[in-house]
Design a protein around this ligand. Structure first.
Ligand code: SF4
Length: 385
């Protein structure tokens, strides 16, 4: 049985980026401490809350923690120290990787020092772009100078594992500006890089503007689909030449620095989420917490549960997850094991997709063809049909 990963959701930001479709809010700083105290209470009372909801968790040993959001680096570091202390009091821990999401403009020498003292050993850094016009158009708070300032602060504090996020498809982005962001990323030599493709949907202000054919938020200056495909290929090429191995559709790492926590999601290993809107998976059940931060904190402080949507994963859903999540990894999946475990034969479908160059099969291992990762969704839909 794999060890547990813990995810802590901090749903607060300084402003709302135009493209953001996450459930986060801008609130005054005095809301942070009561929220974190509610999360600590939820963690402390986890056994009772799970028992009440009929949830069975297979192990208690925690080896990865991921504090995400939102912008958890906004929190006073003492709150993060308290949170990590509560986790270690409640769960037996063999911590390998403790990640904090941090935005460049929020990082100071004092905070970084306290993060390291609290056992945070990995920073997921919201760099997004090195072009100020793009950052400004997207409503980001930071500028490229903040990135150059923050990285040495993190290194000097003793962080040896930094992951940069980049977004392909920001308004005003061009081939040249994308090459520049990739080159600057590589020059700063983070251990890990995530490249996310811009999503346009009704969940963000920019998405709504595009769908309504408006022009606010530089909605008419988005790169087209062809450019997006080029950006992805450029990332693959430049990161590979710089020594990064692509291990997942959106993720690259120097040897030994793949995210241990995120691998649990794609491998269907158990993780528990605490905080508003956090999702959990026990191996047999999936569930989530109330999305609204105020409703979540009120439920927990009143001694009631914030858990909702507890679902047992049916064999059919488990099979779909094995394919949909497992094939995101470039290492692929063990097809023979999956066919045996779920009593299915995927031979015909796999053969059809392999002969059209979408999938590759080597013995028992099935993976997406490396040149087709940019159309992975279409391939996965075809396989699951
Ligand atoms: S910092 Fe991240 S979570 Fe916050 S609004 Fe911007 S994109 Fe959304």
């Amino acid at each position: 049985m794999s060890n547990l990963g813990l995810y802590i959701q901090v749903p607060f930001c300084q402003t709302k980026c135009t493209y953001c479709n996450f459930h986060t809010g801008v609130v005054s700083f005095d809301r942070f401490a009561p929220y974190v105290h509610a999360v600590q209470q939820e963690i402390t009372n986890a056994s009772d809350l799970f028992a009440e909801a009929g949830i069975v968790v297979p192990t208690e040993i925690v080896d990865t923690i991921y504090i995400g959001g939102g912008t958890p680096s906004l929190l006073n570091p003492e709150l993060l120290t308290g949170l990590l202390h509560t986790i270690q009091e409640r769960f037996p821990c063999a911590l390998q990787e403790v990640t904090l999401e941090a935005d460049p403009e929020t990082i100071t020498r004092e905070k970084a020092g306290q993060w390291v003292s609290s056992k945070i050993n990995r920073i997921s850094f919201g760099s997004q772009s090195f072009v100020d016009n793009e950052l400004k158009a997207a409503g980001r708070m930071h500028r490229s100078a903040d990135i150059y300032n923050a990285v040495p602060i993190l290194r000097n504090a003793g962080i040896h594992n930094i992951s940069f996020d980049l977004i392909a498809g920001l308004p005003k982005q061009s081939h040249d500006s994308w090459r520049h962001s990739l080159a600057e990323t590589i020059a700063l030599s983070p251990e890990h890089v995530s490249v996310y493709m811009m999503e346009i949907d009704e969940g963000s202000r920019l998405g709504l503007e595009v769908l309504n054919q408006g022009s606010r938020y530089s909605a008419r200056e988005l790169p087209n689909e062809e450019a997006m495909a080029d950006f992805y290929e450029l990332a693959q090429r430049d990161l590979r030449s710089a020594g990064y191995e692509q291990y997942e559709i959106s993720n690259w790492a120097k040897p030994g620095f793949a995210s241990q926590h995120n691998l649990k999601y794609w491998r269907r290993e158990p993780y528990l989420g605490f905080g508003a809107g956090a999702h959990s998976f026990s191996g047999q059940q999936r569930w989530s917490n109330l999305h609204d931060a105020a409703a979540y904190a009120a439920a927990i402080t009143n001694g009631t549960s914030a858990i909702e949507n507890v679902q047992s994963v049916s064999p059919q859903s488990a099979l779909e997850e094995e394919l949909f999540l497992g094939l995101r990894q470039l290492a692929g999946i063990n097809l023979a094991r999956i066919e045996r475990q779920y009593g299915v034969n995927l031979g015909d479908k796999v053969q059809r997709l392999a002969s059209s160059g979408m999938l590759e099969q080597q013995g028992d291992v099935l993976r997406l063809a490396p040149a087709k990762l940019n159309v992975s969704n279409e391939i996965l839909v075809e396989l699951l049909r």
